[in-house]
Design a binder for this molecule. Sequence first.
Ligand SMILES: [Zn+2]
Length: 238
Amino acid sequence: MKKKLELLEQLQGSDKGIDEQLSAQNEHRAAISRLTEDLAALQRALVERQEEMASLRQEKAALEAALHTEQENIRRSETNMKEIRTNKEFQAVGREITTARKQVADIEEQLLQLVSRMDELQAAVDTLLGEYSASEATTAQGIAEMQQAIDSLQQAIDTAVAGREAIAKSLGSNLVRRYNQLREQRRGQALAEARDGSCTGCNMQLPPQMYNTLFRMEEIFFCPHCQRILILKQEQPT
Ligand SMILES: [Zn+2]
């Protein structure tokens, strides 16, 4: 029975190690997700600004076309003026030219503002492009490192699981089933040390008769309060 209790302790130690390695793997996986998400966010910001830039370019082309039209109108009106005979007509064409010139000035002002917005936007795009390419490299490297850590943890887990299976086999299926149930119910702790008459799993007092019998290591005892398998490290008090 002493041997079985020792094996149970080994089993619990091994399972605790496996749990820790699994949770370390999950942390690495979460870190990979964060890195990937950060890079994707940077890419979205970049694409957003590039799209904004494309729409400003369209706006600029439309303004330039309008400018060209107005300038053509002015040239045509100025040519027409030479053939005008009446003062009334002359005044009418003169008003057309004035209106068109005002339009040209407005469009030129809009173009100036647009170009300055485009310059600012281009600077932002360039900054983001730099950040993105730097981040792309460090993200790839970070992910590769995390993946390597996950893989080596997996090797350790596989080894530990094989060791655990060997221990479980020599313990017998009934006891292992009980142990597994307890582990699930008791947050991974199926065993509890009995010390000074109490169960250290739940801190409840054990029946004195049971506690004394524990020292003989003749059978496996379960704590009557938390049902954990009791193990003993203390020497029997003399
Ligand atoms: Zn207990």
